[in-house]
Design a protein around this ligand. Structure first.
Ligand SMILES: O=C(O)CCC(=O)C(=O)O
Length: 379
């Protein structure tokens, strides 16, 4: 397992130190595997046999409605198109041109969205790609070894989802969007271009997602939605920034979150089901594209959500109703609030937890003093 934060070590160092746990990297190319749990001694859980047709396997995996099947999966050596050969720094600069892009600029390896330890800046795309690909810069904003990250946006940033074919039509021609979902489910296609060594905070999105790695290598760590309570969430983001050596005084529950991890290489595709938390670390300068699509009926999603990360409409309504209910409980003395609060939690668990989650909760009770019936008994 990775020990310590990447700090300012070289990307090669980061990669070497992590090699012991980069399990998915050892999978034979052309196979599809579910993401690997590092804590289970690098065991690989096969998703399908090597001979399986990748596309049909992925179509089934991505469209399944069963929670057990909706697990992350890495597909190796996918035909992503001419981008795999063509997307050098020079070519990207030529074809992408000097269109202005809004980028994240960071002086530290771990970007922190919640405390904003990076700056938003604007650069012409070709200049951005050049700078992101180099370690030291003659022109810079904050310091000569600053790092850069692009998450491309739509034309109207607040309303329109990113779409490679609109913002970068010449480059979009080189990238084949994997056809694992119906055309009308498509939501967005997003450039993910990062300097070596830069890490993106742990977060979830509400759309299903295929993250394609076109150049460079990237480590991706994932956590199940069922581990949400161990991740110290602030909205859709985890407060635990340093997932490799977390501050366990501040975040003691974090050790309970089961970590899944893979390393993506050029031509790899990672299926990230909606609500699965993910954290990325660029092991090299790299270019990726991620494609979001709607797994639920279109009207389930917030219409004013260009990023694909606003909670579904029904979830937002339920969370608002909860706030109102809590406000109502405030009318009672503390001991009554405690009593009714506990009963409400039990009722919510009974109505919403899937069987597997109920089992997990029971298993996690170290003394076995909490029978499952206690979790599920009506209030
Ligand atoms: O590839 C990355 O850097 C981040 C990917 C991501 O957050 C996503 O695909 O939702």
């Amino acid at each position: 397992m990775l020990n310590g934060a990447p700090g300012k070590s070289s990307c090669a160092d980061i990669y070497r130190r992590g090699q012991g746990c980069f399990c998915a990297r050892h999978l034979p190319r052309g196979e599809i595997k579910s993401a690997v749990c590092v804590r289970e001694c690098n065991k690989i859980h096969p998703h399908q046999s090597a001979a399986a047709d990748l596309e049909s396997v992925c179509t089934r995996t991505c469209n399944s409605s069963s929670t057990a099947q909706r697990r992350p999966a890495v597909l190796r050596a996918v035909r992503l198109g001419p981008c795999l050969e063509k997307w050098t720094v020079e070519y990207l600069g030529q074809k992408g041109g000097d269109k202005e892009v809004k980028i994240h600029v960071s002086t530290v390896p771990q970007m922190d969205f919640l405390h904003k330890n990076f700056a938003y800046k604007t650069l012409p795309f070709n200049e951005f790609v050049k700078r992101a690909s180099e370690r030291k810069h003659s022109d810079f904003f904050l310091c000569e070894d600053e790092s850069y990250y692009l998450r491309s946006l739509g034309e109207d940033v607040r309303r329109e989802p990113a779409d490679l074919s609109k913002q970068f039509p010449d480059l979009a021609e080189d990238f084949n969007i994997p056809q694992f979902f119906a055309a009308d489910q498509f939501f967005s296609s997003v450039f993910r271009i990062s300097s070596c060594g830069l890490q993106l905070w742990t977060h979830y999105d509400v759309m299903d997602n295929l993250l394609a790695q076109v150049t460079g290598m990237k480590r991706v760590v994932l956590y199940s939605p069922q581990d949400a309570l161990h991740l110290y969430l602030s909205g859709d983001k985890s407060e635990v920034l340093d997932i490799d050596s977390p501050d366990l005084k501040r975040f003691p529950e974090f050790v309970k979150a089961k970590r899944y991890e893979c390393v993506l290489e050029p031509g790899d595709l990672l299926f990230i089901p909606a609500l699965w938390f993910h954290n990325t670390l660029a092991l090299q300068f790299g270019v990726g594209v991620n494609v979001f699509w709607r797994h639920l009926p279109a009207d389930s999603y917030d219409k004013k959500d260009p990023y694909g990360n606003k909670d579904p409409v029904a979830a937002s309504r339920a969370l608002q109703a909860l706030e109102r209910a809590l406000h109502t409980l405030d009318e009672l003395p503390a001991d009554y609030r405690d009593f009714y609060g506990r009963r409400m939690i039990q009722r919510i668990q009974k109505r919403t937890y899937s069987d597997s989650l109920t089992r997990t909760a029971t298993r996690e009770d170290p003394d076995g003093t909490l029978p499952s019936s206690q979790l599920t008994k009506p209030g």
